[in-house]
Design a protein around this ligand. Structure first.
Ligand code: NAD
Length: 313
């Protein structure tokens, strides 16, 4: 089989790092394009010498087009974005520029060099809070600038799929966790607290989210890049299960074999928060023939091990 070239924007970030690993494992030739705003070369140390790296911004059109022309990939995974919600709320114009205009640039450059499929990382953040499984057909209702930017980026992707030969996928990722996370989301915050001792300060402990292990996300994104070869698809990438922060602490207590105290910190309570978030993954299975394989318990155990914290066998 011919070696496939792939181009990964945001490949030095958390999820990108695992997409790089997955692509290399299956024999792809990998180019990463990242401005290292949140990502780090440390994430790519394991792959030194095996990938091409472009340190540049997706808003730098000349640099992006030049890189895309040099690589001439078959598949693009577009993960570069601003996505830490407090940062996005404080920087709305920058968020729209990077997440919407930046996505336009990536798609335009990809279409110009004849890319077959571009997979764009969207987010479960575009959905309203509803109880039960969320299908892709649920009308979007983003509550913040980040969710809005992701919805607009999806619409840009849909437009490219309609007007060019390139297939586009908007992959609505749900809460992804695992080693090398760059943003201080809930699980990294809990792990960082446990590094100090068996106590964690939390805000909204009963809101529930669909947590998916990062290697599952990478496998599923790569499968979407392979299987979707024409048109436009929008697809949830989650597990179909939801857990609260309190559930996560309980699983960690069991794994570590010691009680963990929860203290409520009012400064961590989000004023606007969704109560539920649970992906319907029927379409994901139809498109890829795959489902996530790593349970929350197993994923948390792997994360504890990676962070050097004790796991009771
Ligand atoms: N982590 C999650 O739970 C989650 C959930 C839903 C969607 N997503 C989406 O998945 C993608 C990857 O998320 P992540 O968690 O790996 O985030 P991340 O911040 O670790 O990765 C984003 C990468 O993009 C790079 N980047 C940012 N702005 C850039 C720019 N202007 N030009 C070039 N590179 C730039 C950063 O340096 C970083 O390496 C993002 O699009 C995010 O919105 C993530």
């Amino acid at each position: 089989m011919a070696i496939r070239r792939v181009f990964i924007t945001g490949g030095a970030g958390f999820i990108g790092r695992w997409v790089v690993a997955q692509c290399l494992e299956q024999g792809d030739q990998v180019a990463v394009y990242d401005n290292l705003q949140a990502g780090s070369m440390d994430h790519l140390l394991d792959f030194a010498g095996a990938i091409d790296f472009y340190e540049a911004d997706i808003l730098d059109w000349e640099a992006l087009l030049t890189a895309m022309e040099e690589v001439r990939p078959a598949v693009v995974f577009h993960l570069a974005a601003l996505h830490f919600i407090p940062y996005c709320n404080a920087h709305p114009q920058e968020t729209l520029r990077v997440n919407v205009e930046g996505t336009y640039n990536v798609l335009e450059a990809a279409a110009r060099v004849g890319v077959r499929t571009t997979v764009v990382a969207s987010s479960g953040a575009i959905y309203p809070s509803v109880e039960g499984l969320i299908p892709e057909t649920l009308p979007p209702a983003p509550v913040d600038i980040y969710g809005l930017s992701k919805l607009l980026a999806e619409q840009v992707a849909e437009q490219f799929a309609r007007t060019t030969e390139m297939a586009c996928v908007s992959a609505r990722l749900f809460n992804t966790y695992g080693p090398f996370e760059t943003n201080p989301h809930l699980i990294p915050h809990i792990i960082a607290s446990l590094q100090q001792g068996p106590m964690v300060e939390l805000g909204n402990i009963h809101t529930r989210r669909d947590y998916i292990y990062v290697e599952d996300v990478a496998r599923l994104l790569v499968a979407l890049g392979e299987r979707v070869t024409k048109g436009y698809e929008v697809v949830n990438v989650g597990t179909g299960e939801e857990y609260s922060a309190a559930d996560i602490v309980e699983i960690l207590q069991e794994l570590m074999g010691q009680p963990i105290e929860i203290r409520i910190d009012p400064s961590r309570v989000r004023k606007v928060d969704k109560l539920h978030q649970q992906a319907d993954i029927t379409r994901l299975y139809k498109l890829t023939g795959m489902r996530p394989e790593v349970s929350l318990r197993e994923g948390l155990a792997r994360l504890l091990q990676h962070e050097g914290l004790p796991v009771r066998s």
